[in-house]
Design a protein around this ligand. Structure first.
Ligand code: SF4
Ligand code: SF4
Length: 422
């Protein structure tokens, strides 16, 4: 398994230094230095925007391979519901779940099952009177990291309940240990079948949880052809699926929010739209909302860069798959009123970390730094042309203060300085 915390990486040999990606990165995490892009790791949220927009395919997502886990005694696949939207002529999810077993897994546990339970716990959580509203979903890790970086004052709005991927892994482990008492937790590996790099990086670097119960993350695109071939050979699939409409709906934008049975919700997808919504929540121009669901990818998880199918087609296929399903097939016990066991375990620590990285814990140092950046910025041409390798003049001013760039990286300033020297 790769030790890289991020999934999104650069293939330097393919990069032409064209600067397209620096303008598209929502957290200004990319610079072009020495003729090629450089990703600033502390700012990257693994949203995949640079993968979508690089004209030379120099940005790519790295993920784990099934072979990396050969030493584990018991392997469980936890597929994202977006997986089912990738296959044409699929009328039963069991074909894909059986194909996963045929590919070498010992068991499968659908993430959509955990999503149905999380939906019920969230409904209970939303009844609390002390909530900072709107409550913002934490299912998309790119959005949670975006909020921590660009909108730290909205961190208190985040839903402090673990995402379905995490709960699915916990339940899958419990079930395996229950079914086979000779197994130990160390014998088991739980592998997420991921639609996007943000969730691959969640597994390596979890949010709100000290250690993820997920062992690794494989890409849907990497398994796709194998699964398609196996699917064709299956005539009698095993009855493995235990998901209803609600669980499948989580694959697309709005699936989580609509299941909460409240009219006061908003669902947005695509990183630019999400940033606009967060801006408005921060400025107080969106009011009277209970819940906000944001997905960094267009269309929701079906739009992740590790899928193979167009998100609109995948969504249409999921719609026809859910036609004969019950609303939900996973319920919490009717007398269960506690959701403590699925709350984040180090959420407070996460808030603290985010505040300190945004500079708010040392207010005076932050003000001083801001003044220094402003002073440099004032003297820059404000063209935001990107030819210095930073996405805009303000980012160049920040880089100069951080000691990572100099004023002469700006060609206009350089010309000015050279002109004065004549
Ligand atoms: S878009 Fe970025 S990564 Fe792709 S070639 Fe241009 S500078 Fe390099
Ligand atoms: S993955 Fe997203 S945040 Fe990371 S460098 Fe690419 S565009 Fe920026």
């Amino acid at each position: 398994m790769s030790v890289n915390k991020h999934s999104v990486t650069l293939d330097v040999s393919k990069c032409k230094g064209c600067t397209t990606c620096i303008k598209r990165c929502p957290t200004e995490a990319i610079r072009v230095r020495d003729g090629h892009a450089v990703i600033q790791e502390e700012k990257c949220i693994d949203c995949g925007e640079c993968i979508r927009h690089c004209p030379y395919q120099a940005k790519k997502a790295i993920f784990d391979k099934l072979e990396d886990f050969a030493d584990y005694k018991y392997k469980i696949a936890i597929p994202a519901p977006a997986l089912y939207g990738q296959f044409e002529d699929l009328d039963d999810v069991d074909y894909i779940l059986t194909a996963l077993i045929e590919c070498g897994f010992d068991a499968v546990f659908e993430v959509s099952r955990a999503a149905e339970l999380i939906t019920e716990y969230t409904r209970q959580y939303m009844k609390r009177e002390d909530l900072v509203k709107p409550v913002i979903s934490t299912a998309c890790p790119a959005i949670v990291r975006l909020i921590a970086l660009r909108f730290p004052c909205l961190l208190e709005n985040l839903l402090p309940i673990m995402p379905p991927i995490e709960y699915a892994a916990i339940l899958a482990r419990e079930k395996a240990l229950e079914n086979d008492p000779t197994l130990t937790d160390e014998d088991i590996c739980v592998l997420f079948i991921s639609p996007c790099p943000a969730k691959v990086s969640y597994v390596r670097n979890p949010i709100g949880i000290k250690k993820s119960a997920v062992t690794g993350a494989l890409a849907i695109s990497d398994l796709y052809f194998k699964l398609r071939a196996k699917k064709k050979e299956i005539t009698n699939p095993m009855p493995l699926s235990k998901t209803g409409i609600i669980g499948l709906n989580w694959a697309g934008s709005g699936g989580e929010a609509t299941s909460l049975l409240s009219d006061k919700y908003l669902a947005a997808d695509g990183i630019e739209n999400c940033i606009n919504v967060l801006d408005q929540i921060e400025n107080g121009t969106i009011r009277d909302l209970d819940f906000v669901e944001l997905n960094a990818c267009n269309g929701g998880c079906v739009g992740g860069t590790l899928n193979v199918e167009n998100p609109f087609i995948a969504k249409a296929r999921l719609r026809s798959l859910r036609k004969y399903l019950p609303i939900s097939r996973n319920h919490i016990a009717s007398n269960e009123d506690s959701y403590e066991h699925i709350m984040f375990d180090d959420f407070d620590e996460m808030l603290e970390k985010a505040y300190s990285s945004s500079g708010t814990t040392d207010r005076f140092a932050a003000i001083e730094r801001m003044a220094a950046i402003e002073a440099i910025y004032k003297d820059l041409p404000h063209l935001d042309c990107g030819s210095c390798g930073a996405p805009n003049c303000y980012a160049l001013a920040e880089d100069i203060i951080n000691g990572e760039a100099s004023e002469t990286d700006c060609i206009i300033k350089l010309r000015e300085i050279l002109g004065k020297g004549k």
